[in-house]
Design a protein around this ligand. Structure first.
Ligand SMILES: NC(=O)c1ccc[n+]([C@@H]2O[C@H](COP(=O)([O-])OP(=O)(O)OC[C@H]3O[C@@H](n4cnc5c(N)ncnc54)[C@H](OP(=O)(O)O)[C@@H]3O)[C@@H](O)[C@H]2O)c1
Length: 381
C-alpha cells in the first residue's frame, strides 16, 4: 500500500515566491504567493535556505538565451506564465514522497532544477537529484561543511570553474591563464582554483572594489579593463608571449580580442556571454599562425562538472581553506529584482544570493543544529 508523504510537520498551503509574467528588465520580477508543491512518490520537498542568482537566469528573464538582439535569437519556449526563475539552491529536506528512502529529514543539499523554481520558500526535486555530487554515496553529504547556506549556494559554481579550467581547457601547473570577469560569482572561484592548480593567474575585472577582491584571492596580475587595454597589458606582463589559456564568459569584443592574448598552442574556453551578445566577427589568422584552439563549454558539461572525483577535490580544497565562495550580497527573496539589477549594473563582487530568511542563510549547519532541538537528531526515513 502506498505511504503518504513523510515530513517534519504539516507544510503550509501557500508560500512566498518571486515570479514574472512577461520577459523584460529586472522589475518584471515581482513578489507573489504560490501553492506549496506536494511531492510525487519519488520526490522530496526542500525548504529553500539560499538561492544563488545565476547569470543564465538574467538571459531568460530578458527573454533570450544569450543571443538577445541577435537576428538568430530563437523564441524562448518555457511554458505559461507566471515564470519562476531557477538557479542553484541550498535547501533543507522537509518532506519526502512515499517511495523515497535513504534521505534524511533536516539534511541540507545543493540542487539545481527545483520545481517550481529557485525563488520560492519550498520546492520539489526528484530524490535522485540529492545524490548528484555523490552518486555512490547517498545521504545528507552533498554540501561542504562549515559554510553557511548562502556560501553553499554560491559554491555550486565551483564545479563549473573547475571543469572549464582543468578539463575543457586542460590548464596545468606552470601555465599562465587569463581569467575574465574574475570578480564574478564564478570568477572568484576560478581565481582560487587556478592558483590551486599551480597556474600563473592574470585576471581582469572592472573597478577598484573588484580588482582589490581579485588581488586578495591570490591573482598574480590584475587588470582593470575599464582603465587599461587588457590585450596590451597581457602582452606586456607575459613579455609578448601571451597566455596558455583564456577563460571567457563575457563575449562580444572581449572574446574576439582575447584571441590576440593567446600564446602558441593556446586555448580559449567560451562558456557564457555576460555582455548579452552571442555574435562577433572572428579573425581566423591566429588559428593558422599560432595553432590556437577554441573550446565551447555548456549543456552536458554541467553534469560532468559534478563528477564525484571533482566534487571530492573541491570539498578537499574548501576543507583546506584554499577555496571559499564570496557572497557579494545576500538579499531577501522579495528583492530578486534588485539582485538582477545589481548584477546587470556590474555592481556585485562575488555571488549575489537570495534567501527567504536572511538570518538562516548566514548560519552554518553546526550552529543551526545546536540552536534547534527539533532538528538535532534528524530521522532517516
Ligand atoms: N555554459 C554553461 O553551462 C554555464 C554554466 C554556469 C555559468 N555559466 C556562465 O558563467 C558566467 C559567469 O556566471 P556568473 O553567474 O558567475 O556571473 P558573474 O560572473 O557573476 O557575472 C557578472 C560579471 O560579469 C562581468 N560582465 C562583463 N560584461 C558585462 C556586462 N555587459 N554586463 C554585466 N556584467 C558584465 C562583470 O564583471 P566586470 O564588471 O568586472 O566586467 C560581472 O562581475 C556567465 O556567463 C554564465 O552564463 C555558463
Amino acid at each position: 500500500m502506498a505511504r503518504a508523504p513523510v515530513g517534519v510537520g504539516p507544510l503550509p498551503a501557500e508560500m512566498r515566491a518571486v515570479v514574472h509574467h512577461e520577459f523584460g528588465p529586472p522589475d518584471v520580477l515581482v513578489p507573489a504567493r504560490l501553492p506549496v508543491p506536494q511531492p510525487g512518490p519519488s520526490e522530496v520537498v526542500l525548504r529553500v535556505l539560499a538561492a544563488a542568482v545565476d547569470y543564465a537566469q538574467l538571459h531568460i528573464r530578458r527573454g533570450g538565451s544569450g543571443r538577445v538582439g541577435s537576428t538568430r535569437e530563437p523564441a524562448y519556449g518555457i511554458g505559461e506564465p507566471p515564470y519562476v526563475r531557477g538557479g542553484s539552491v541550498c535547501g533543507e529536506v522537509v518532506a519526502v514522497g512515499s517511495n523515497v528512502s535513504g534521505v534524511t529529514l533536516g539534511s541540507w543539499h545543493l540542487v539545481g532544477g527545483l520545481r517550481p523554481g529557485a525563488y520560492v520558500e519550498y520546492g520539489v526535486v526528484n530524490a535522485s537529484a540529492l545524490r548528484r555530487p555523490y552518486p555512490n554515496r547517498p545521504g545528507p553529504t552533498a554540501v561542504p561543511d562549515g559554510l553557511s547556506p548562502a556560501e553553499i549556494a554560491a559554491f555550486d559554481y565551483a564545479p563549473v570553474a573547475y571543469h572549464t579550467l582543468r578539463v575543457a581547457a586542460g590548464l596545468t601547473e606552470g601555465e599562465t591563464v587569463l581569467l575574465h570577469a574574475a570578480a564574478g560569482g564564478t570568477g572568484i572561484l576560478a581565481v582560487q582554483l587556478a592558483k590551486a592548480f599551480g597556474a600563473r593567474v592574470i585576471a581582469t575585472a572592472g573597478g577598484d572594489a573588484k580588482t582589490s577582491l581579485v588581488r586578495s584571492l591570490g591573482a598574480d596580475v590584475v587588470i582593470d579593463y575599464r582603465a587599461e587595454d587588457f590585450v596590451s597589458a597581457v602582452l606586456k606582463t607575459t613579455d609578448g608571449r601571451g597566455v596558455d589559456v583564456v577563460w571567457e564568459s563575457v563575449g562580444s569584443d572581449v572574446f574576439t580580442r582575447s584571441l590576440d592574448c593567446l600564446a602558441e598552442a593556446g586555448r580559449l574556453v567560451s562558456f557564457g556571454s555576460n555582455s548579452f551578445t552571442g555574435e562577433g566577427t572572428v579573425d581566423f589568422y591566429p588559428f593558422w599562425t599560432k595553432n590556437i584552439s577554441l573550446i565551447g563549454w555548456g549543456g552536458a558539461n554541467n553534469a560532468e562538472a559534478h563528477a564525484p572525483e571533482i566534487m571530492a577535490d573541491l570539498l578537499r580544497l574548501v576543507a583546506a581553506g584554499e577555496l571559499r565562495p564570496v557572497v557579494a550580497r545576500l538579499l531577501p527573496l522579495e528583492e530578486a529584482a534588485e539582485a538582477h539589477r545589481m548584477i546587470e549594473a556590474r555592481e556585485a563582487a562575488g555571488k549575489v544570493v537570495l534567501a527567504p530568511d536572511v538570518k538562516v542563510a548566514t548560519t552554518s549547519r553546526r550552529s543551526r543544529y545546536r540552536a534547534g532541538p527539533a532538528r538535532r537528531n534528524p530521522a532517516p526515513v
